[in-house]
Design a protein around this ligand. Structure first.
Ligand SMILES: CC(C)CC(=O)SCCNC(=O)CCNC(=O)[C@H](O)C(C)(C)COP(=O)(O)OP(=O)(O)OC[C@H]1O[C@@H](n2cnc3c(N)ncnc32)[C@H](O)[C@@H]1OP(=O)(O)O
Ligand SMILES: Nc1ncnc2c1ncn2[C@@H]1O[C@H](COP(=O)(O)OP(=O)(O)OP(=O)(O)O)[C@@H](O)[C@H]1O
Ligand SMILES: O=C(O)CCC(=O)C(=O)O
Ligand SMILES: [Fe+2]
Ligand SMILES: [Mg+2]
Length: 338
């Protein structure tokens, strides 16, 4: 904690040098006084000093932009999330602010809501049972390595990827999550994504392009897929087709932490099962909001606010920042900025 706080002070002191250099300076807290001459190639830009990550784990995240922790969330907790998801699908509980999404192939059909028609629930922060996920100490322990001690849960999802209808609409195109977020800096944001069952390429596991977190936010748009594409599933238009892809095979309870600039997506579900994961995007409460008008993220603001207007009647001139300010919930420390 003290290190993180001194990290904050250093950042202010060294503001003009930029955050990367400040990160380098605190990467060697025992190396004595910080003098400009002691700056070297920054060793750690994406992780913070504490005793949670091993050196190997830290280096892996720095290099690749993600880190899988095996067996982090207990079977008992996952069972509780499953039960609550079933209750939501049956309409037994209707958490405020939560949206229920159906696959685009059945979006306009009349099916009664059930586990077979719900492909994703989003913004479950008012559902105390599902929101427990965002407060689990074993999860937050890792989150803090990326965000520091003041932690906000900014975006929550339970994704129930359905068996593909044959149109491959169950795919999630390659994208960067930062495209959806009106706050910065990106290095103080991390996603925790927990497999609720075994996931591999057959049921559409997460697919990542290692190291892409070192790049910038790219423009996103709808992929031109013949079979259709789900609303708000924007993808990157120009990515390097030859960039190596890694499919993350994970067991129930395994959790991947990844950077919001990491390019990732998920393939189609060729099984008859509904592939379930639960996830939360966390950010340091010390982050600041940005105005996305005039940027490539305008498309997100337009769609999110458009949907909010249709479903909840929020004013059409609401900003993306206001949406997140309203949704975000503190899970640890102090709500300083966000
Ligand atoms: C990092 C992270 C942030 C990444 C992402 O966010 S990825 C994108 C995730 N986004 C979402 O999941 C969107 C959240 N979902 C929602 O807001 C809702 O589920 C809605 C899609 C608006 C559906 O709300 P609902 O109350 O069911 O309203 P309706 O059934 O009346 O539908 C409203 C209009 O939307 C259409 N729709 C619903 N689901 C989909 C779909 N999957 N793909 C394409 N279009 C869809 C639906 O046909 C209807 O269209 P119209 O009849 O108005 O033309
Ligand atoms: N044409 C495409 N444009 C953009 N993204 C794609 C395209 N095809 C696949 N992807 C995405 O690439 C990632 C990796 O998918 P992957 O190749 O594992 O599965 P798939 O393309 O659905 O199936 P297949 O195993 O048949 O290639 C996923 O995010 C998927 O949505
Ligand atoms: O299919 C998945 O679980 C990945 C979803 C995803 O990347 C997202 O919703 O941002
Ligand atoms: Fe994503
Ligand atoms: Mg493919």
């Amino acid at each position: 904690m003290n290190q993180s706080r001194s990290c904050g002070r250093l950042r202010i002191m060294l503001g003009h040098l930029g955050q990367r250099w400040a990160g380098a300076a605190v990467a060697h807290p025992t190396s004595g006084a910080v003098s400009p001459n002691s700056f070297q190639t920054p060793q750690f830009q994406y992780t913070r000093d504490n005793n949670v990550l091993s050196l190997e784990q830290r280096q892996f995240y720095e290099e690749n932009g993600y880190l899988v922790i095996k067996n982090l969330v207990s079977d008992a907790d996952i069972k509780r999330f499953r039960n609550e998801f079933e209750r939501i699908c049956k309409g037994e509980v209707k958490p405020e602010q939560m949206t229920i999404m159906r696959d685009v192939t059945i979006a306009k059909s009349e099916y009664a809501p059930s586990e077979r028609t719900v492909s994703k629930v989003q913004s479950f922060q008012e559902d105390e049972e599902l929101f427990r996920y965002c407060t689990l100490p074993e999860v937050l322990k890792y989150v803090e390595c990326f965000t520091g001690p003041n932690i906000m849960a900014m975006h929550t999802m339970l994704i129930n990827k359905p068996p593909d209808s044959g149109k491959k609409t169950s795919r999630h195109p390659l994208h960067q999550d930062l495209h959806y977020f009106p706050f910065r800096p990106s290095n103080d944001i991390v996603c925790a994504w927990t497999a609720m069952e075994h996931v591999d390429r057959n049921n559409g596991c997460l697919c990542v392009l290692p190291g892409t977190h070192k790049g910038y936010l790219k423009p996103h748009g709808y992929p031109k897929w013949e079979g259709g594409v789900n609303i708000m599933f924007h993808g990157i238009q120009d990515y390097d087709e030859n960039s190596p892809r890694v499919h993350l095979v994970m067991e129930k309870g395994d959790t991947v932490f990844f950077h919001p600039l990491l390019i990732h997506g998920s393939g189609w579900n060729r099984t008859q099962g509904y592939r379930k994961v639960i996830s939360c995007h966390f950010a340091s409460a010390d982050c600041h909001y940005i105005d996305v008008k005039g940027t490539s993220q305008e498309i997100t603001e337009r769609e999110v606010v458009g949907v909010g207007n249709k479903i909840y009647g929020i004013p059409k001139d609401t900003s993306l920042k206001d949406v997140f300010r309203f949704r975000g919930r503190l899970v640890k420390g102090e709500r300083t900025n966000l």
